[in-house]
Design a protein around this ligand. Structure first.
Ligand code: FEO
Length: 402
């Protein structure tokens, strides 16, 4: 895609990534892709805000060259050091050797650690302004949205917020860069939530602090470094991020996530009976086979829903390994304060439930109910499973006293 002017003298520069399978080496994006957005402020002085991964470098540099000679760049603003935004820094330094790199003090340290870059680097202060004529940049420290060095850059004359990871999302750009160019932004909202929970959610308190800090700043365009630029409704993505950050401490929506794993179908049969019970209570439920669905897609459901039912067999005296992994990642992402229930099969001795309870305790999950069965479920077990699911769902929906 060509460079695009988003406001007079301010350009989107960026590349779509549809070939990286795992973002951060872990989160699947084969189908959805991702974009790395950067911005060129082309005033009397010229500043490039954020860069891109070391990827499609020719395309990225050609977009800049269509607007200005690379050697004329005065500043490179690093809002965030993670290599998906700085991977081409070393090459750019060679092409724009006079450009001063701007970032927080922490960025200064990280530039040395990641790229051995120490010269022509200047740390900016929180709130400091930089006059580019006619544009004015203001730097806003927003630590831990996503790394400790993170800041955002606000262009004060056009009211554009360059927010880097903040307000970003998975999803390659599909032929257009603005929210108003898509009839249905549901794909980007869904992928922004998945991105939020996968990448940023651990730092939700920092997100709320940043939102509070920005609350008095008039923003007409939210220009993140992943995903859509929000110009028609910048408040939409800001409010979504606020809501998602609040889930870190709230009890979540009165709905159920049903996680299961099954070796030979016994736990799956019971899972279906449990799901019937949940549905009979009229409570929305999302079901995931944790051995087949990457936890990246499961985390958004866990993040927003109050109730979690875990169905997994005992495996060699403990909990089925794929379930342990899914719960471990949820714990690392600080999915806390959920109300949960457990069921599962065992062959000769239990152990799955005990391990589940240990994991649940570590996540401050309240175990409301559980049941186990030996081998395959009897008709009695299936009836019990249905009642178990219904009873749990009604408690989650507040249809019975907690
Ligand atoms: Fe898009 Fe934290 O990097």
């Amino acid at each position: 895609m060509p460079a695009t002017e988003i406001r007079p003298g301010i350009y989107w520069i960026g590349v779509n990534d549809r070939t990286t399978d795992l973002f951060e080496g872990y989160w699947p994006i084969s189908q959805e892709g991702i974009s790395y957005n950067a911005y060129l402020v082309n005033g009397e002085k010229k500043a490039l805000i954020d860069l891109a991964k070391g990827f499609k470098t020719d395309e990225f540099l050609a977009q800049i060259a269509d607007i200005t000679d690379l050697s004329q760049l005065d500043y490179i603003v690093i809002n965030h050091m993670e290599p998906d935004h700085t991977g081409i820094l070393s090459i750019l330094r060679q092409l724009a050797p006079h450009a001063v790199i701007l970032g927080t003090r922490k960025t200064q340290e990280m530039l040395k650690d990641f790229y051995q870059v120490t010269e022509n680097v200047r740390a900016v202060e929180d709130g400091e302004t930089l006059h580019l004529g006619p544009h004015v940049l203001q730097f806003v420290s927003t630590p831990f949205v996503h790394w400790p060095e993170t800041m955002m850059t606000y262009e004060t004359t056009q009211k554009v917020l360059f927010s880097c990871d903040g307000f970003g999302g998975y999803g390659a750009l599909q032929g257009a860069i603005f929210d108003d160019q898509y009839a249905d932004p549901a794909f980007y909202e869904r992928e922004s939530l998945r991105y939020y929970v996968n990448i940023v959610a651990t730092f939700s308190r920092a997100v709320l602090r940043a939102l509070e800090k920005l609350s008095g700043t008039p923003v007409e365009i939210v220009a993140p470094s992943h995903g859509l630029i929000w110009r028609k409704n910048p408040g939409r993505i800001i409010e979504l991020y606020r809501r998602w950050a609040q889930y870190a401490t709230s009890e979540g929506e009165p709905e159920v996530t049903l996680l299961y794993a099954s070796m030979y179908g016994n736990t799956e049969r019971v899972m279906n009976a449990v799901a019937q019970g949940v549905s009979r209570a009229g409570v929305p439920v999302e079901i995931f086979d944790v051995a087949r669905i990457h936890v990246s897609y499961i985390l958004p459901s866990l993040w927003v829903r109050r109730g979690v039912i875990v169905g997994a067999p005992t495996y060699e005296g403990g909990l089925f390994p794929a379930m342990v992994h899914a719960l471990d990642v949820a714990a690392r992402k600080r999915v806390q304060n959920r109300k949960v229930a457990y069921f599962g099969s065992y062959g000769w001795a239990g152990g799955g439930e005990q391990e589940f309870r240990r994991l649940a305790e570590g996540m401050k999950w309240e175990v409301l109910d559980s049941f186990t069965f030996r081998g395959g479920p009897t008709l009695e077990d299936l009836k019990k499973a249905e009642e178990f699911g219904e009873k749990f769902a009604r408690r989650i929906a507040g249809q019975e006293a907690q």
